[in-house]
Design a protein around this ligand. Structure first.
Ligand code: NAD
Ligand code: LMR
Length: 332
C-alpha cells in the first residue's frame, strides 16, 4: 500500500542550498525512494518571484514522489502540518565575514520561526537547523518553542562529518563509503573538533583504525583538523558563495539517518541538545556522535577521550557558551 505523504518544510528555499535541496527531497533522497512528500517552501517577499520559479521547476521535473508544493512567504502557511522542518533561511556568511557577524540577523529570525513551528507544525515534527550560526540558531529555536520536545531540535554538523570522511578517503586512497565513525564535536565553526580516534576503514583484512592506516599522527593532529575546520571558508573563497550541494546532500543524510536509522556499528555526528555527556555543559546544542533507531537519536557513550581531545571538546563548548550569551544579548 502507498505510504501517506510526509510534509517537509524548507525555509530559505529560493536560496542556493534550497535550490540544491528541494529536488533531492522530491527524488526520495531524504526520506526514501518509496516515501511520497509534500514540499513546503518558505522565503521572504523579495525572493517570492524566485521562489515561484523554483516551484515551476519542481512541476516541470515531474517527480513521481512529489504530491504537492506549497510555496509561500507566509510563515504560518509554511509551517502548518509539517512533519520535518529544514531551516535554511537566513543570511549567509560572505567572504571576510565571521560567523558572529551574521548572528544578530539570524537569531531574531529563529526566535520568530520557533513560535510558528510550535503552534502550527505536526506533533513530533523533527527540526534540522542549517542556517548559521547553526548550533545557536537551533538553541534559540528550542528556547522559544518550549512545547517542541528538545530531542526534536537539531543542527547540521553532518557536512563536517562527511568532510572528515572525505579527507581520510583522499589521504588513504580508499572509497569514502569504507570510512566510518569519525566524530565532529561541538560547534559548526572553526573551533569544531574533527576526531578520528575511533574511526575505521573497511579493508580486505577487516576493519582497521584510521590512525594505524594513516600512520602520521602529526598530519592527523594538525593539518587534517584545520582542513576540516576551515573547509567552509575554503569553499567560500573558491566559489564566492558558501557550500550548497554538499550542505544539501548532508542535510538529506542527517534526516534520513534520524528517521530511518543508522547502519549497525556506525555512528554519525549531529548537533543535539547536550545532556552533560562527555562533561559537555548541558544547555548547549553541541555536536556529538549519535546512533539513530526508530526515529530517535542517542549519544554514543563510553568513548575514550584523551587529553588532546579533552582540550578541544572544552574549547568548542566555550565558544558555544559565548555564542549563547551573545545571542541572548542580540535578542534583548
Ligand atoms: P542564500 O542566501 O542563498 O539563501 C538563504 C535564503 O534564505 C534566501 O533565499 C533568503 O531570501 C532566505 N531568507 C532570509 N531570511 C529569511 C526568513 N526570515 N525566512 C525564510 N527565508 C529567509 O544562502 P545559502 O547559501 O542557501 O545558505 C543558507 C544558510 O545555510 C546560511 O546561513 C549559511 O551560512 C548556512 N550554511 C550552513 C551549513 C552547515 O553545514 N550548517 C553549510 C552551508 C551553509
Ligand atoms: C560551511 O560550512 O560550508 C558553511 O557553514 C559556510 C560557513 O559559513 O562557514
Amino acid at each position: 500500500m502507498a505510504k501517506d505523504p510526509i510534509r517537509v518544510l524548507v525555509t530559505g528555499a529560493a536560496g542556493q542550498i534550497g535550490y540544491a535541496l528541494v529536488p533531492m527531497i522530491a527524488r526520495g533522497i531524504m526520506l526514501g525512494a518509496d516515501q511520497p512528500v509534500i514540499l513546503h517552501m518558505l522565503d521572504i517577499p523579495p525572493a517570492a518571484e524566485a521562489l515561484n520559479g523554483v516551484k515551476m521547476e519542481l512541476v516541470d521535473a515531474a517527480f513521481p514522489l512529489l504530491k504537492g508544493v506549497v510555496a509561500t512567504t507566509d510563515v504560518v502557511e509554511a509551517c502548518t502540518g509539517v512533519n520535518v522542518a529544514v531551516m535554511v533561511g537566513g543570511f549567509p556568511r560572505k567572504e571576510g565575514m565571521e560567523r558572529k557577524d551574521v548572528m544578530t540577523k539570524n537569531v531574531s529570525i529563529y526566535k520568530s520561526q520557533a513560535s510558528a513551528l510550535e503552534k502550527h507544525a505536526a506533533a513530533n515534527c523533527k527540526v534540522l537547523v542549517v542556517a548559521n550560526p547553526a548550533n545557536t540558531n537551533a538553541l534559540i529555536l528550542k528556547e522559544f518553542a518550549p512545547s517542541i520536545p528538545e530531542n526534536n531540535i537539531t543542527c547540521l554538523t553532518r557536512l563536517d562529518h562527511n568532510r572528515a570522511l572525505g579527507q581520510i578517503s583522499e589521504r588513504l586512497n580508499v572509497q569514502v563509503s569504507d570510512v566510518k565513525n569519525a566524530i565532529i564535536w561541538g560547534n559548526h565553526s572553526s573551533t569544531q573538533y574533527p576526531d578520528v580516534n575511533h574511526a575505521t576503514v573497511k579493508t580486505p583484512a577487516g576493519e582497521k583504525p584510521v590512525r594505524e592506516l594513516v600512520a602520521d599522527d602529526e598530519w592527523l593532529n594538525a593539518e587534517f583538523i584545520t582542513t576540516v575546520q576551515q573547509r567552509g571558508a575554503a569553499i567560500i573563497k573558491a566559489r564566492k558563495f558558501s557550500s550548497a550541494l554538499s550542505a544539501a546532500s548532508s542535510a538529506c543524510d542527517h534526516i534520513r539517518d534520524w528517521v530511518l536509522g543508522t547502519p549497525e556499528g556506525t555512528w554519525v555526528s549531529m548537533g543535539v541538545y547536550s545532556d552533560g555527556s562527555y562533561n559537555v555543559p548541558s544547555g548547549l546544542i553541541y555536536s556529538f556522535p549519535v546512533t539513530c533507531k526508530n526515529g530517535e537519536w542517542s549519544i554514543v557513550q563510553g568513548l575514550s577521550i584523551d587529553e588532546f581531545s579533552r582540550k578541544k571538546l572544552d574549547l568548542t563548548a566555550q565558544e558555544l557558551s559565548e555564542e549563547k550569551a551573545l545571542a541572548y544579548s542580540c535578542l534583548s
